[in-house]
Design a protein around this ligand. Sequence first.
Ligand code: SF4
Length: 137
Amino acid sequence: MYLGQIVELAPKETLFAQSRHPYTRSLMAAIPRAGIRKTERSLPSGDAPNPIDLPQGCRFHTRCPYVVDICRREAPPLAPFAAGHLTACHRAFELPPLLHAEAAAVSPIAEKRMALYAEARQRSGVSIANSKASAPR
Ligand code: SF4
């Protein structure tokens, strides 16, 4: 959720491994981790807009590294990206998978974090099929 709007909705594993919204990815990048200083993490640039004076178009466009003209004009709808996975981004289908190099520039430590998360999930024996959809906060 960003400035009062759900921007991505998916099972937890999908959010960690295949998030499609740049804000979700920035949240993943912002998770503190031992040995990695804040200055080495990729965080969204700039400040969040004033919630009583929201920008036109996508509410995240003032901070998004992938912003294009349409983002400034039209608010993206929360639309299906895949079964059980909704995202509100004009470029959801264009953005590289999170593990590719371009996405790693948004979240350089995401790949390591996701591997650790997957290991922890495996150790706990929690089935992916039992996961409920959740929105980033
Ligand atoms: S719609 Fe545009 S500005 Fe908004 S998150 Fe997607 S790419 Fe970024």
